[in-house]
Design a protein around this ligand. Sequence first.
Ligand code: ADP
Ligand code: GN1
Ligand code: MG
Length: 365
Amino acid sequence: MNYDFCKIISNFKLKGELVSCVRYGEGHINETYLAVVSDNGAETKYILQKINKNLFQNVDKLMNNIRLVTEHTRKKVAERGGNPDRESLSIVYAIDGKPYYRSPEYDEYFRVYIFITDAVAHQREERPGQFYQSAVAFGEFANMLADFNASELYEVLPDFHNTEKRFNDFKVSLAADKLGRAAGVQAEINFVLEREKYCKSLVNLIKTGQIPLKVTHNDTKLNNVMLDEKTDKPVAVIDLDTVMPGTICYDFGDSIRFGCNTAAEDEKDLSKVNFDIDLFEEYTKGYLSALGKSITPAEKNNLAFGAILMTYECGMRFLSDYLNGDTYFRIRREGHNLDRARTQFKLVSDMEKRFDEMKKIVAAY
Ligand code: ADP
Ligand code: GN1
Ligand code: MG
């Protein structure tokens, strides 16, 4: 779809004319563009996103969450003497004052963020220490939100990390087998079914109050954090669509899932996909140092398991989407979601073998 970006941008409180607008980043959910606006020759970059309206059915409430969270983080950054436009995600408001713009022509929702300058969202660790810094970033983000009033937040995607529910959804997709794909992926299906026992444990610990609900990010991939392009120091956490009550075991686990993979999330050659325990240690060190004393013993005891669970859950979600006909995660090639599911299951197997070591590492910090 070709959009009239000049017109879309003109509905936001921005000074200048649109010079260019190109697809940007590697997110699976929204459509992200880099927009360059010129004001008398002075160029400023912005992030323009078409919000995934299939997934986010109440954009008004979604964007109200992001407004509340970013107002909070901007205030925290200002209090510590930082630059809120760079060290927090920041909304550019629409002319009508809303934190998004609904285009009547396209019946689509768009939002604009200030571009976080001189920073990179990495797909993987390129220099030693970057993964450590991402852990510090997510730990500090959790700290900033520790005094945020969670009851103000709308639960954008209910049961987002309710693995029990995800398992049931998987079984529904399997039973429907809309495209007749199940027969070709029996090994992957069995991998999921054999591990049903994983699904209940964290859900139950939350239900019984043994693990506290906190305001968490819920999508803590390495490419959802911006690191300084020169120093690799944390700049800001981005992609705040899923900020909701959750547990830090999910946040920790999802970072490990993505960041401790020696290959890409969609690598076809599984011999390249391995769980890197040194990176696990790096992240654990960074995350626990940033969280300090706020972590409870029950949370700490379940961090390593959280990594297995989030990887299993994500693999199950990719496989469900493959069975459903690729309707949720954006795919760029045939079988993309199946490739993604396979990498996740390879990582789960690796982590299962090294679970004792993982627990020892967590206990040591
Ligand atoms: P998705 O929900 O689809 O993952 P994201 O919000 O994570 O979308 O954005 C996709 C990518 O766009 C990020 O990984 C990052 O590279 C880039 N990006 C997003 N927001 C900003 C920003 N404010 N400044 C600079 N880059 C950004
Ligand atoms: C999606 O939006 P993005 O690309 O950062 C997904 C996550 C998955 C991830 C897998 C809202 O994250 O839950 O873990 O893909 N986000 C949503 O890479 O479903
Ligand atoms: Mg993202």
